[in-house]
Design a protein around this ligand. Structure first.
Ligand code: FEO
Length: 170
């Protein structure tokens, strides 16, 4: 069994990851409504990745004999005033999630739970990549978003993103 606080934080993180998937589906729905199918695709793929994160957290808890409790998922409930709003909200959200992962890592470190620290190493790296991706998306939008032709090209680029299963296998 894992330490009670580490277990609680991991269980909470399951919910946070499902919320992330829900939030990104909300972004995808917004872009679909706006006719930007490439942006929608990018966030639909991102939502799949977030669901994977939740599943990995659950699997890890179960592999360690811990009970998983699924809580209600908050509704995203945001309104987007411009195409760039979800991009910025996504970047802020990833920074928030990075903080959550670091908190769990610190709690595991406090009780010398090296197994959980090793498990979380993948998430620490993943968060770095996700923050970079989110930031790059903002930069690209700021460069090209005001020109309809360039926006069309960027949308086409984002349409090419495909889902890949996570490299972490439990
Ligand atoms: Fe599961 Fe985007 O962090």
């Amino acid at each position: 069994m894992l330490d009670a606080k580490v277990t609680e934080l991991l269980n909470t993180q399951v919910n946070k990851e499902f919320y992330s998937a829900y939030l990104y589906l909300d972004f995808a729905n917004y872009y679909t409504e706006q006719g930007l199918d490439g942006f929608a695709n990018w966030y639909n793929v991102q939502a799949q990745e977030e669901r994977d994160h939740a599943m990995l957290m659950m699997k890890y808890l179960q592999n360690n004999g811990c009970k998983v409790t699924l809580e209600a998922i908050d509704k995203p409930g945001q309104t987007y005033a411009s195409f760039s709003d979800p991009l910025k909200a996504g970047y802020e959200h990833e920074q928030y999630v990075t903080g959550l992962i670091h908190t769990i890592y610190a709690a595991a470190n406090d009780v010398k739970d090296f197994r959980t620290m090793q498990f979380l190493d993948w998430f620490v790296k993943e968060q770095g990549e996700e923050e970079t991706n989110a930031e790059n998306l903002i930069k690209k939008y700021e460069l090209f978003g005001s020109d309809p032709r360039a926006l069309y090209m960027l949308d086409g680029e984002l349409a090419a993103r495909t889902y890949a299963a996570p490299s972490l296998v439990l």
